[in-house]
Design a protein. Sequence first.
Length: 80
Amino acid sequence: MQLEATGGDVTIRIPADHATSIRADLDVSRGARQDYRIYTDLPLIIREDDGDIIGEEDINGGGDRIALSTTNSDIHILSR
């Protein structure tokens, strides 16, 4: 699954026991007026790379691929 937005938040809820591989890319433009972030209650590794924020991890051993991306907005990845 791939979800993309430009200038809008992305929110996804994943069953806590679902095996998935997640990659979230948050592109933060230079001069952005807010502090954008990836919010999650899953054990994602979140890092900054040349101004972008990237969160990724294999959850429950990995499995279905989920790719999320947005620009100048927040990403919310929550377990349910």
